[in-house]
Ligand binder design. Structure first.
Ligand SMILES: [Zn+2]
Ligand SMILES: [Zn+2]
Length: 239
């Protein structure tokens, strides 16, 4: 009854385009938006997941300097900075970046679809990329944690929100080149209780991957703490 009233006062809307949704709609992404998601398809770099020429190939960057994570995959391509071209995922990410919305996790779950783009890999633990507490306080929630919760539910695996922590509030990564990003993020994370990740296979979750410097540094930190393997899943991959 309460839910019905809330839906009546705040009619559900699509997380992608804000179109009104039927009150009984179970998801929060309308069918045209869902169909319009710019999904990444094979052939993708066997390591970092960007489009490459042939199945199983490694991209130039991964060949030159292999990252610490085993494999990174994203649901969709995200063409950063091109507002009109950012697609459904870009729109969802922008809409939710600065405001708390409970429908986000349902929208994300919807975008994830039935299978994750990581094949049949099995993970012991789901860990979202943490925000520094100052930024968490300012923003109110961590998108990566919401996505992590959705993934953990889907895989029926435990979610750990507290073990990996961000020691420094790093400046926004957007306007930096690769090397700057890497230096900027170096030693920015720590594992509080290494015993909890020791010999575990970890799926690291974030909303957007750009150069991969953040995910790589998280992976490096987790591996140093004893994790056996770290793979990465992001909602969007900036191309
Ligand atoms: Zn829509
Ligand atoms: Zn690669």
């Amino acid at each position: 009854m309460l839910r019905y009233l809330l839906n009546f006062i705040f009619p559900p809307s699509c997380a992608g385009c804000a179109a009104r949704m039927p009150i009984e709609a179970a998801n929060r992404v309308c069918a045209p938006c869902l169909a319009g998601i710019d999904r990444l398809r094979e052939p993708l770099c066997a390591v970092c997941g960007i489009p490459v020429g042939a199945d199983g190939a490694w991209c130039g960057r991964c060949s030159a300097a292999p990252p610490h994570f085993g494999r990174a995959r994203a649901i969709a391509a995200y063409r950063d900075g091109v507002a009109e071209d950012a697609g459904v995922i870009g729109s969802i990410i922008r809409r939710h970046k600065y405001g708390l919305d409970q429908s986000l996790s349902r929208a994300l779950a919807e975008c994830l679809g039935t299978g994750l783009p990581l094949g049949d890999s099995d993970y012991d633990l789901i860990i979202p990329v943490p925000l520094h507490r100052s930024r968490l306080r300012w923003r109110g929630f961590n998108q990566a944690a919401m996505l992590g919760a959705t993934v953990a539910r889907r895989l029926a695996r435990p979610l750990d929100l507290t073990n990996l922590t961000r020691l420094r509030a790093t400046p926004p990564q957007t306007a930096r080149d690769r090397r700057e990003r890497r230096q900027n993020i170096h030693n920015a994370f720590a594992v509080r209780r290494p015993a909890r990740v020791a010999n575990r296979s970890v799926l690291l979750v974030d909303d957007v991957m750009t150069t991969g410097a953040t995910a790589d540094e998280c992976a490096r930190t987790l591996l140093r703490a004893g994790a056996r393997r770290v793979d990465v899943l992001t909602l969007a991959r900036v191309l």
